[in-house]
Design a protein around this ligand. Structure first.
Ligand SMILES: [Zn+2]
Length: 391
């Protein structure tokens, strides 16, 4: 943020200088045009072959001189403006780091399987956004084996969301009905909410849709026990069919926020039904990277000063702990109480026979032969009896 402000200050300088130069230039040019016009007028009053009087010639010379001077001045002001503009470029170079190589992990995408994974994540991102043509091109060029059946759910999701954004509930209602059992299994309220909005849509029409509204209310039968309170409200709103919902205590039901909420719920529920995360893994990674980059660049600077090489260790660990906040925590973390290190894939947590949990590295350090003493109880046991824990 500070970097942005520093660059913005330079830009402000350029803008104020530019408007100053422009005002001054317009004024000077107007003046010069006026005096040139005066001379023209005076000269045209004389006859064609008459010679200039002494005064006229002096005035003419003076004006030509003034014009030359003014042009010169405008030229130098313009040059000056250029130097201020180039300062903005320098400020950008000074305030923003353009070389991130030092914090990149060498060879991270060198082998084919990780490269394919990356391409798949990028491809999935485009599919989520409904950009089928880009996803297909990538699928072909990167040699991914994503076939149509894998693409279809994304496209369907996108089609339904597009319709919802245009206030068309039809496709979403059909989808929810087709997946009713699975949705109910995960306690989803999606289908009820869809019907509720459709119902409110009909109520807005007023008395002319009365029969249709009553007919539609039948859709609520399966939700009667789970959503009794909300259904009472909806039925209450019917009293104001004639008067108009907007002039009733139920006017809040027309709030557009219900549509936004529905889009969110649909995305969340359909993603979890398909076994996908709600947000695109690519955008999550990029956002996390943007947050982690400044501290990483800082620590790199310090490590350079202390002549420690490389920001990445061999253990896939960062030299500093970077807290990205609650939204970026997806699973529990185990820190070994003995080694005071976070568990990793290579050093997973293990449960001892007595129930205490330490990391595998700690277990290896504590074992002597085929015996290990729990550092807490301390019960003696064999290292082969421990069980690896998965969080
Ligand atoms: Zn123990």
């Amino acid at each position: 943020m500070e970097s942005c402000l520093a660059v913005e200050r330079e830009i402000d300088k350029v803008l104020s200088k530019f408007s100053g130069v422009r005002d001054h230039m317009n004024y000077t040019i107007d003046e010069l045009i006026k005096s040139a016009e005066n001379i023209c007028y005076e000269l045209s009053n004389g006859t064609v072959d008459r010679e200039l009087t002494a005064t006229q010639s002096i005035i003419l010379n003076q004006t030509v001189k003034r014009i030359k001077e003014a042009v010169c001045r405008i030229g130098s002001e313009h040059k000056d403006l250029h130097s201020t503009v180039s300062k903005v470029g320098k400020a950008i170079d000074r305030n923003f780091v353009s070389d991130f190589c030092a914090v990149a992990k060498e060879g991270a995408f060198e082998d084919e399987s990780t490269r394919n994974l990356l391409s798949e994540v990028v491809c999935e991102h485009f599919l989520r956004q409904g950009k089928l043509d880009i996803a297909e091109a990538l699928n072909e060029e990167a040699g991914l084996n994503i076939d149509e059946s894998q693409m279809e759910p994304f496209l369907e999701l996108h089609r339904i969301l597009g319709a919802l954004k245009q206030r068309n509930l039809g496709p979403a209602l059909r989808w929810a009905a087709a997946h009713r059992d699975q949705l109910l299994e995960q306690n989803s309220t999606l289908e009820f909410r869809l019907h509720r909005l459709q119902f409110i849509n009909l109520v807005r029409w007023g008395p002319e849709k009365q029969a249709e509204v009553l007919q539609y209310a039948r859709h609520f039968a399966p939700f009667a026990t789970q959503h009794a309170k909300e259904l009472q409200i909806l039925m209450g709103s019917l009293l104001f069919l004639r008067q108009g919902l907007e002039n009733s205590p139920y006017a809040y039901l027309l709030d557009p926020i219900y549509w936004d909420e529905l889009c969110d719920i649909f995305t969340r529920d359909s993603c979890s039904l398909m076994g996908m995360s709600v947000e695109s893994p690519l955008s999550v990674s990029i956002r996390a990277g943007c947050m982690a980059l400044p501290p990483l660049l800082n620590i790199r600077q310090i490590m350079l000063q202390r002549q420690v090489s490389g920001v990445w260790s061999n253990k896939d660990e960062l030299p500093v702990e970077i807290d990205l906040g609650k939204d970026y925590r997806y699973h529990s973390i185990f820190a070994c109480p003995i080694l005071r290190q976070q568990s990793t894939e290579n050093n997973p947590p293990v449960r001892l026979v007595c129930g205490h949990v330490i990391s595998r590295d700690a277990l290896n350090k504590l074992s002597t032969g085929n015996k290990v003493k729990c550092p807490y109880c301390p019960i003696e046991q064999s290292p082969s009896e421990v069980k690896q824990l998965v969080f």
